[in-house]
Design a protein around this ligand. Structure first.
Ligand SMILES: Cc1cc2nc3c(=O)[nH]c(=O)nc-3n(C[C@H](O)[C@H](O)[C@H](O)COP(=O)(O)O)c2cc1C
Length: 214
């Protein structure tokens, strides 16, 4: 498989949450996922502990169970106050983007079970200092984002999702995770339908950049 010819900045600025453009019919070779995880293992971890574990779920029945929990969580979330689709009502342009995000989230909610590979980056929280949440999550989230970048370079689409954590305990039990292993995300992984993705419209730099004083 020839990797996509992207500059570092192109890779970083076009790795989008892929939900509607996941190819649910094309199998993903396990070796490709392993290659992405191998890249991810180059990410930094606090004290170089490398207390990560990577659950890669390909079994259709396991995916159906996880997908069922995910669907319930998404439906609950989209009914709740403060859902992504309801944000920024005062700004029509921004609100329209949020509504599209909500629609896309709903779509993945209905189809998670059909996504050929579910990747759940985990951390052994037994090793993590309790007083330092940033130190704990920083030791898995950076690696998981590297996984998503490596996947994009290999023509795979992914999305960072966390709503399954409403049922974290149930999913941990389903997958046989030992006590103290926490889940950072659920990353659906499939070939993307097409490989061109755009920059996202973000809030301008000036609004968030502070030089020397706030
Ligand atoms: C902490 C976090 C949690 C997220 N949880 C979900 C989720 O559960 N489901 C989902 O479809 N997207 C989820 N997203 C994806 C965001 O909706 C997405 O990153 C955002 O809309 C920007 O779109 P983009 O990633 O395509 O640039 C999450 C992203 C982050 C960073």
């Amino acid at each position: 498989m020839t990797p996509l010819d992207l500059t570092p900045d192109e890779l970083l600025t076009t790795t989008r949450s892929v939900r509607k453009r996941l190819d649910l019919t094309r199998p993903v070779p396990l070796e490709l996922v392993e290659d992405c995880v191998r890249v991810a293992l180059q990410a930094p971890t606090g004290s170089n502990r490398q207390s990560w574990h990577w659950m890669v779920v390909t079994d259709a029945r396991q995916r159906a169970s996880i997908g069922g929990y995910y669907r319930r969580a998404v439906r609950e979330y989209l009914r709740s106050e403060g859902t992504c689709a309801s944000l920024f009502p005062e700004d029509p342009a921004r609100h329209a983007v949020q509504r599209r995000v909500g629609d896309s989230v709903a779509h993945l909610g209905e189809h998670m079970a059909e996504v050929p590979v579910h990747v759940i980056p985990c951390l052994d929280a037994n090793d993590a200092p309790e007083y330092n949440e940033a130190g704990k999550w920083g030791s898995i989230i950076q690696a998981a984002w590297s996984y998503m970048l490596a996947a994009r370079a290999r023509r795979l689409g992914t999305a960072w999702t966390t709503l399954h954590l409403m049922y974290e305990k149930e999913i941990a039990e389903l997958l046989g995770l030992p006590d103290g292993i926490v889940q950072a995300a659920l990353i659906p992984t499939a070939f993307s339908l097409g490989t061109r993705f755009r920059h996202a419209a973000r809030q301008p730099l000036e609004r968030v950049l502070h030089v020397d004083t706030w």
